[in-house]
Design a protein around this ligand. Structure first.
Ligand code: AP5
Ligand code: MG
Length: 201
């Protein structure tokens, strides 16, 4: 299965993906983690990305798309993957759809983790990542609202969106996430069945 997790900074995308990876046995692709690794390794992409990340801004699509395309083409992604933090802009979403379509694949479902801002701030203050400074965090939230939130409508129109309440313990939320994934997989089976039984014309 190919599943996307969307949510503001601190919504629990990484936390829920860690659990889902065990459950679905597909790789976890976090663009934030890939970028942080590139920054640590001092690659040209990492050096370019660092200035944006330190400032709470999105890294340009050109860098992200090159990185994700290469990763999605790896053999371990053939049977699916969990996308965490990607896509984050409408052009990224459109590119992902095209890339998968060329390989006769598609996104099976999108999970939105909905968490109110005061809880996001509480979680951010309890963590100590380099970009968890209150001012940078506000910019990350603003970038989510302006650039990423429109994707919810994009996937809703494709009938792929499941909104999950992201408040509660990580275990409670994982229960809701699993229910959403089961629905995606049932829908996939029905769609596959319809496609197989469609009369030849
Ligand atoms: P990225 O690394 O994706 O960061 P983010 O979206 O800001 O989200 P976080 O990783 O902070 O939060 P999360 O939702 O994963 O929550 P987590 O599980 O960690 O991106 C970083 C930067 O990279 C971006 O700002 C941008 O510059 C760049 N970037 C990345 N992708 C890009 C793209 N596609 N295009 C352009 N630029 C891109 O949880 C947060 C905290 O809360 C943790 O401490 C956790 O332990 C805790 N927590 C989790 N669940 C709960 C719970 N239920 N109750 C209490 N605490 C909880
Ligand atoms: Mg994360």
């Amino acid at each position: 299965m190919r599943i996307i997790l969307i949510g503001p900074p601190g919504a629990g995308k990484g936390t829920q993906c860690q659990r889902l990876v065990e459950h679905l046995r597909v790789p976890h692709l976090s663009t934030g983690e890939m970028l942080r690794a590139a920054v640590r390794a001092g690659t040209p992409e990492g050096m370019q990305a660092a200035a944006y990340m330190e400032n709470g801004q999105l890294v340009p699509d050109a860098i992200i798309l090159g990185m994700v395309t290469k990763r999605l083409e790896a053999s371990d992604c053939r049977n699916g993957c969990l996308l965490d933090g990607f896509p984050r802009t409408l052009p990224q979403a459109a590119t992902l759809d095209e890339l998968l379509e060329r390989r006769a694949m598609s996104v099976d479902g999108v999970i939105e983790l909905a968490v109110p801002r005061d809880e996001l701030v509480r979680r951010m203050l309890a963590r100590k990542r380099a970009d968890d400074d209150p001012e940078i965090f506000s910019k990350r939230i603003a970038s989510f609202e302006v650039q990423t939130a429109p994707l919810l409508d994009y996937y809703q129109r494709q009938g792929k969106l499941a909104s999950v309440d992201g408040l509660g313990t990580a275990e409670e939320i994982f229960g809701r996430v699993r229910t959403a994934v089961e629905r995606f997989s049932q829908r996939g089976v029905r769609r596959g069945h319809r496609e197989r039984t469609r009369p030849e014309v």
